[in-house]
Design a protein around this ligand. Structure first.
Ligand SMILES: *Cc1c(COP(=O)(O)O)cnc(C)c1O
Length: 397
């Protein structure tokens, strides 16, 4: 095993850096799961997670990753044979639709080149064409972690309303939650799906479903045969706290999550969004300077659609993004994400989500430039100065 000294720079778009405070909160013996202390803490956590989604509705917490939370949402609102519309955004929207297919759901997709956000007009058109009202739900990814693109949820709501369609709006906010503004109730989202290991700064292992009244009603009457994922038995209206987690609670994950929620409350959600925007702008400033030499470019073509939490960089033909990623890991102890799906081997991704600050991003960008130099990958000059200038400007000068 290679010995790597100093801090590991985990600049992957999940899992992300876990703050010491979260780790310390988890470092304790198990608690009696039905004792008053744990029940009180769990209740607190289930309430305090709501403002993160900007919802007053119930949020269900699963001992699962994001894939589990996907399945949870689908199995509560859809039955085999139901039809859904999936505006494609990248590998994650695709993988989610595969889960739906495996559950017996029929998928209609809207194609996308992975370089643009969802086009709400196309969604509206499809919904208008669905005269029989067959689509039960629209499955959309807010920030697509493969492409580095954020789609407009409000525009999606407007498209559904303009078409006068009754489909539920189901949104994967795994890579945007606590990084980018998201307003569940105000934007009329029916189910929002989250995970613990991205903007929430926790270890992988918790999945979330935030659920509107309308979706709850659909889940009461319909959905698929289910047990572990069932919103009905997990509701906090159930006096038996043991049922909130469908068995023994993932206590240590809850300890960590409680601490992360305290940290986010201290910072303020809006300040956390501003920090992500600042670090995103700084990263993009560097990439745009590198890109002038023609060996790489930002994957997202429309500036306003570029994600605040993750940047996907597409390499020109003939450059091996995997070799670059390995060198960065081996020589500099910096982890970045690789290209996914159709971008496999052709792109790399810089995560700037969760517990990150300016020096971490500047260190990452500097190491990336050194790796370009070692590998003889052409890059434009002035990337680091551009990144620094972007930060200085964001901080008021
Ligand atoms: C990370 C991620 C997922 C998958 O989450 P897992 O915890 O790996 O199952 C799904 N959707 C998006 C947008 C993601 O970023």
């Amino acid at each position: 095993m290679t010995v790597r000294r100093g801090r590991n720079f985990l600049q992957t778009p999940g899992p992300t850096n876990i703050p010491e405070r979260v780790l310390r909160a988890m470092h304790q013996p198990a608690w009696e799961y039905s004792g008053p202390d744990f029940v009180e803490l769990a209740r607190q956590c289930l309430y305090d997670i709501r403002p993160i989604f900007k919802t007053e509705g119930e949020v269900f917490i699963y001992a699962s990753n994001g894939h589990g939370a996907w399945e949870a949402a689908l199995s509560n609102i859809l039955a085999p044979g139901d039809k859904v519309l999936v505006p494609e955004t990248g590998l994650f929207s695709f993988a989610w639709s595969v889960v739906a297919k495996q559950l017996g759901v029929t998928i209609d997709t809207i194609d996308n080149d992975w370089r643009h956000a969802i086009d709400p007009d196309q969604v509206e058109e499809r919904l208008r064409a669905d005269k029989a009202g067959e689509y039960r739900a629209i499955l959309m990814v807010h920030t697509e972690t493969a492409s580095g693109i954020t789609s407009d949820i409000q525009a999606m709501r407007r498209a559904i309303d303009a078409a006068g369609h009754s489909a539920l709006l189901v949104v994967d906010v795994i890579a945007s939650l606590a990084c980018t503004d998201f307003r569940m109730d105000e934007w009329g989202v029916d189910v929002a799906i989250g995970g613990s290991q991205k903007g929430l700064m926790c270890p992988p292992g918790l999945g979330f479903n935030a659920v509107s009244k309308k979706a709850r009603e659909v889940g009461e009457q319909g959905g698929s045969p289910r047990s572990y994922w069932d919103w009905r038995s997990r509701s906090m209206t159930n006096p038996e706290a043991y049922r909130w987690f469908a068995g023994t609670a993932p206590e240590h994950m809850i300890f960590g999550l409680c601490e992360a929620l305290v940290m986010l409350a201290e910072e303020g959600l809006e300040a956390a969004f501003a920090r992500h925007r600042r670090l995103g702008d700084c990263t993009r400033a560097a990439v745009e300077a590198w890109a002038t030499a023609g060996a790489m470019e930002l994957n997202a073509l429309v500036p306003e659609q570029r994600a605040e939490s993750i940047t996907t960089i597409r390499m020109a033909e003939g450059f091996d993004a995997k070799a670059f990623q390995s060198l960065l890991r081996d020589r500099f102890n910096v982890a970045v994400g690789g290209g996914l799906g159709q971008l496999d081997g052709k792109a790399f991704r810089i995560g700037h989500m969760g517990d990150v600050n300016e020096p971490m991003i500047l260190g990452t960008l500097g190491s990336i430039e050194a790796a370009f130099q070692i590998l003889g990958i052409p890059y434009g000059e002035g990337a680091l100065p551009a990144a620094i200038a972007s930060l200085a400007q964001a901080h008021g000068n």
